[in-house]
Design a protein around this ligand. Structure first.
Ligand SMILES: *Cc1c(COP(=O)(O)O)cnc(C)c1O
Ligand SMILES: [Zn+2]
Length: 388
């Protein structure tokens, strides 16, 4: 409701709000939504938040939908920030937390992005949506499209977890399984969308999924009583949530809600698909495509991310880092977190634990710092990963 325009994250070209956009028409990079934050801050106040419902639309002044009747919701967001005391004590940390995104509708934080993207698609008159997905984005799109009465056309790798395929079919989507990776699925959507009349909601090729995901940053601030944590461990595929939180921190500072201090942002990837880790270590601003990408943590199987430079910029600006862990480590961590804290994590979320352990070993995290692990989904969707 306070959107002023869209701005290219690379070349700063201005694009008109209230029109359908994919990438920047000047340079082909992602577009970010800009708001009149002064106006937003007059009706959205810390005080007023206390009276609002427990979903991400509580931050509606800094979300893109204009007319409330266009909001397509299943109650996503405002997930619990769980104190992980037993695990923390074991690691030698006095303030360890898990942000449990597995409690979202469709059991992953992809619901946050899709509630925003599908609502905006409705507002802008779209009828047919298409997405390439490594799994959870598909399930979320299928659900929100069904709720909006729109068509969902979904392209996933053939070896996507079964739960993701079944949930899409059972929520009425058109599912195509492809030999290859999410990048191949994305190319197929790109080839067919014009002839089919589909709107492509690939992450960051569409400007609104990131707006939904940035609310994780608002929630962290609110749940920590407006003092951001010291370290955020984030399992990174396309990086939408990390870039989104980084954007949210700036917006909150401009609204006078927080100061200039930022958490150290840490990208966690699987050793079998770690393009951002490689680029971070070699000092590059853009990441090369990761060859032969492989990991059971399907949400991390993104060999090339269009927002790579935005992820890398945020890691460096925050004094953070990027860490890869093996599949054996992240699968073992799922049980360690589950048995200690009662949260059955997605393997992507569990990957944060061995990454944190590496940071404690080299003393880049101190024992009294406040650390948040992002559990981005529910382990229930990954039964194949746990059956031997
Ligand atoms: C998509 C996904 C990720 C990666 O999220 P990005 O914000 O795109 O980096 C991590 N974990 C799970 C469970 C996912 O579905
Ligand atoms: Zn541009």
């Amino acid at each position: 409701m306070n959107v002023t325009h869209l701005e290219c994250a690379a070349c700063a070209a201005r694009h008109e709000a209230r029109r359908l956009h994919n990438l920047c028409t000047e340079c082909g990079k992602p577009l970010l939504v800009r708001y009149d934050l002064k106006s937003a801050a007059t009706s959205l106040t810390k005080e007023r938040l206390k009276e609002r419902g427990p979903d991400l639309w509580r931050y509606r002044e800094v979300l893109p939908v204009d007319q409330a009747e266009n909001i397509i919701t299943l109650g996503e967001g405002f997930t619990p920030l769980v104190r992980a005391s037993r695990l923390g004590t074991r690691m030698g940390l006095s303030h360890l937390y898990i942000k449990d995104e597995g409690q979202n509708p469709t059991q992953s934080f992809k619901a946050r992005g899709m509630t925003a993207a599908v609502s905006m698609a409705k507002e802008l008159g779209v009828k047919k949506l298409a997405v390439p997905s490594a799994g959870n984005a598909a399930g979320a799109l299928a659900a929100y499209a069904a709720r909006a009465g729109m068509e969902a056309h979904i392209f996933m790798p053939r070896d996507t977890p079964r739960a993701n395929v079944i949930e899409c079919e059972q929520t009425g989507a058109q599912v195509t399984l492809m030999d290859g990776l999410i990048t191949d699925c994305g190319a197929e959507v790109g080839r067919r969308k014009e002839a089919e009349g589909w709107f492509d909601v690939s992450t960051l090729k569409e400007p609104y999924r990131i707006e939904g995901k940035k609310t994780m940053g608002y929630e962290l601030a609110e749940q920590f009583d407006w003092e951001l944590p010291d370290v955020i461990m984030y399992p990174t595929g396309g990086g939408t949530g990390l870039i989104g939180m980084w954007k949210a921190f700036d917006e909150m500072e401009q609204m006078g809600w927080i100061g200039s201090k930022r958490p150290r942002m840490v990208t966690v990837q699987a050793a079998g698909c770690a393009p951002i880790v490689r680029a971070f270590e070699s000092g590059k601003r853009f990441a090369d495509e990761f060859p032969n990408a492989q990991t059971t943590a399907s949400g991390l199987r993104v060999p090339k991310a269009i927002g790579d430079f935005l992820i890398l910029d945020a890691l460096r600006a925050s004094g953070g880092t990027a860490i890869a862990v093996t599949d054996a480590e992240l699968i073992a961590a799922t049980k360690e977190i589950g048995a200690a804290e009662g949260i059955f994590c997605a393997p992507e979320g569990a990957a944060c634990l061995p990454a944190l352990r590496k940071m404690l070993d080299d003393e880049s995290v101190k024992s009294d710092e406040r650390v948040v692990l992002f559990n981005t989904g529910s382990g229930v969707k990954y039964l194949e990963s746990f059956s031997k």
